[in-house]
Write a new protein. Structure first.
Length: 255
C-alpha cells in the first residue's frame, strides 16, 4: 500500500473567528483532497495577525506534505497572507506580472487600480494557482498553497490542482446504523477497535423519527477489511438485542 499523504488547512480571517462569516472552505477542501488520496490531518482558524500567520505556516509546513490556506489575499489593508508567506520563507514580496496583467484587464481609476494590484503580490519564486473564475490567481510556495477565502473562488482554484499533487491511498468509510445508545456498545466497540488497528471506528449519535441511535462509522483504505469490521460491529449490536442496518460504503447517513 502507498504511503499516506497528509495536509493541513489554515483558514485565515478575523471575520471567521468573530462569527460574522461561516467557513465552508474546510469541508470542501477536506472532501476534495480526500478523494484525491490526500488526508487532511490538521486544521486551524487564525486571525489576520502577521506573527500568528508566519509562525503557523512555519510550524505546519514541516509537519505535513501540503498546507492549504484560504483568505487574506484581497485588496484591503488586512489582506496580509501573501506578505506573511514571504516572511515565513524569508524571501521578498514581489508583484507578479501575470497576475498584474489579469488585473489590469479591468479598467479602473488609478487609486482603485492601485488597491487591486495588491492582489498581485506573491513571494519571490512562487508559482501560480490558476483561477478559472476569472479573478487574480492564487499561488504556491513549495508545499504551501495560498487560495482565496471566497468559497466559489477557492473552489475554482482548488479544482485546477487535480492530478498535479502527490497522492496516497484513498480513505473510505463503511457505516452501520443502530438504534441504541452509544454506552450500550462502547465496550464491544473498544475491543473491535483494539483488534483492528488499521481502521478507525467512530460512533456518532443521532435522533431520527423520534428515536435515538448511533451511526457506527469504520474508516480505512482496505474495503474488504472495512466490511469484516462492519460485520463484527453488527454482531455486537445484535448481541444487545437490537437490529443493525448496514448502510454500506461511503453512505450518506442522513438518507
Amino acid at each position: 500500500m502507498s504511503q499516506a499523504v497528509t495536509a493541513c488547512v489554515i483558514v485565515i480571517g478575523n471575520e471567521i473567528l468573530s462569527g460574522r462569516t461561516q467557513d465552508i472552505n474546510l469541508n470542501h477542501i477536506a472532501t476534495t483532497l480526500g478523494g484525491w488520496g490526500i488526508q487532511v490531518h490538521h486544521a486551524r482558524v487564525i486571525p489576520d495577525d502577521e506573527d500568528i500567520i508566519v509562525n503557523t505556516i512555519n510550524e505546519v509546513r514541516v509537519a505535513y506534505d501540503y498546507v492549504f490556506t484560504t483568505g487574506g489575499i484581497g485588496p484591503t489593508h488586512d489582506d496580509i497572507t501573501a506578505v506573511c508567506v514571504a516572511k515565513a520563507f524569508d524571501v521578498p514580496i514581489i508583484q507578479h506580472p501575470e497576475i498584474a496583467e489579469r488585473i489590469r484587464q479591468r479598467p479602473a481609476p488609478q487609486d482603485i487600480m492601485a488597491s487591486r494590484l495588491l492582489m498581485a503580490r506573491v513571494p519571490e519564486g512562487a508559482s501560480l494557482v490558476d483561477n478559472p473564475s476569472g479573478g487574480p490567481q492564487g499561488f504556491a510556495m513549495h508545499n504551501v498553497y495560498v487560495m482565496a477565502g471566497i468559497p466559489r473562488v477557492m473552489q475554482a482554484m482548488l479544482s485546477t490542482l487535480e492530478g498535479k499533487l502527490q497522492s496516497g491511498f484513498v480513505i473510505r468509510s463503511h457505516t452501520v446504523r443502530a438504534y441504541t445508545g452509544e454506552s450500550s456498545i462502547a465496550d464491544a466497540l473498544a475491543q473491535i477497535q483494539l483488534d483492528n488497528p488499521d481502521a478507525d471506528i467512530g460512533s456518532y449519535p443521532f435522533l431520527r423519527d423520534d428515536r435515538y441511535g448511533t451511526h457506527l462509522v469504520i474508516r480505512g483504505a482496505d474495503t474488504t477489511l472495512l466490511a469484516q469490521i462492519a460485520a463484527a460491529v453488527m454482531e455486537a449490536v445484535r448481541a444487545i438485542g437490537e437490529t443493525p442496518e448496514d448502510l454500506g460504503l461511503d453512505a450518506d447517513a442522513n438518507a
